[in-house]
Design a protein around this ligand. Structure first.
Ligand code: ASP
Length: 320
């Protein structure tokens, strides 16, 4: 995927800024109170974030808006790291991971699911329609079929060709570069001031069959505490899991750090265990209850989308 750095502004007609009552905020820091719905998502997924922003302005709840954003990329064949057209594992199977978390602390996740495009919505169904939090593999797929999710071959001619090329020189340990990662992680704050989020990915390209990263793991790829805020991760999932990155960020915000300070600290925790700058990317975005946003990455090249006040813009992130 080509990353362009751009600023795009979209005007959404007929929407009014919404005032979030100050009493909703547990934190009483000097950071400003941002009015109106806020949506942020990883990378330059402009249309996805605009979709979330529009949904929030129409009065949809934060979880619904976050899932609608994830669906844009799940359906996007040109995005080779999420949903349909995602990069397969080394056996040629496209296996998807996703999770969601709402403002009540409810969560749901699906792991290593094949033949289903809308895995963030499926994670919501796990949360709302089963007594469980996580469903994996064939069980998750069976659950999707019971709810009439269409059966879709996720491997496209393009990704099949790329996999066949990769196989010729396949290394047991793939060389990680930052272009292997482009999970969509979305955080939304709705008109009621509630925060929810969603995360969806096909995971690390050419991973071992059965490998699970951070993205469907609550606390790693995504965490929400509606009193405080939320965080999402993208990049080398193994490193995010080792530090329970998204939970860590929310807890740091609870202790009084700003979203930016919390993201910085979470990246530093990863780097502490490395000798020098590692050959992998990890990036975080955090959103607090007041609507303030922070983000940090290990390497150059990460950006995120930010929607507020009818403006959807791409923000380039300075690496640590
Ligand atoms: N975090 C994802 C994983 O490790 C990959 C990514 O963000 O692209 O599965």
């Amino acid at each position: 995927m080509k990353r362009r750095s751009f600023i795009s502004k979209i005007a959404i007609a007929g929407s009014l800024p919404t005032l979030i009552p100050k009493s909703l905020f547990a934190q009483d820091k000097a950071s400003p109170l941002i009015d109106g719905p806020v949506a942020v998502c990883t990378w330059n997924f402009e249309k996805a974030n605009a979709t979330a922003g529009q949904a929030l302005l129409e009065g949809k709840d934060a979880l619904t808006a976050a899932i609608l954003a994830a669906q844009v990329e799940e359906e996007n064949e040109d995005n080779s790291t999420v949903g349909f057209g995602g990069t397969p594992d080394r056996d040629g199977k496209v296996t998807l991971d996703a999770c969601v978390m709402d403002h009540n602390g409810n969560c749901g996740a699906v792991l290593a699911v094949e033949n289903v495009v809308h895995v963030a919505a499926l994670a919501r169904d796990v949360m709302e329609k089963t007594p469980h939090v996580m469903l994996a593999g064939k069980g998750a797929e069976k659950f999707a079929r019971s709810l009439d999710y269409p059966e879709t071959q996720l491997l496209t001619p393009k990704t099949k060709k790329a996999w066949e090329k990769w196989k010729k020189e396949a290394l047991f340990q793939p060389i990680i570069n930052i272009e292997n990662h482009d999970t969509i992680g979305v955080l939304c704050r709705d008109k009621a001031g509630n925060i929810s989020g969603a995360c969806s990915t096909s995971g690390l390209g050419y991973k071992m069959n059965g490998r699970i990263g951070d993205s469907p793991i609550i606390g790693s790829g995504l965490y929400i505490d509606n009193e405080i805020g939320g965080a999402v991760a993208t990049g080398m999932g193994e490193e995010v899991v080792k530090t329970v990155g998204s939970f860590l960020i929310v807890e740091l915000m609870r202790q009084g750090k700003t979203p930016q300070e919390a993201c910085d600290e979470a990246i530093k925790r990863i780097l502490k265990k490395q000798a020098g700058k590692p050959n992998f990317q990890v990036a975080y975005i955090a959103l607090d209850k007041k609507g303030n946003v922070g983000a940090r990455s290990i390497h150059q090249g990460f950006s995120y989308m930010h929607f507020n006040n009818n403006i959807n813009q791409n923000i380039k992130v300075e690496p640590i």
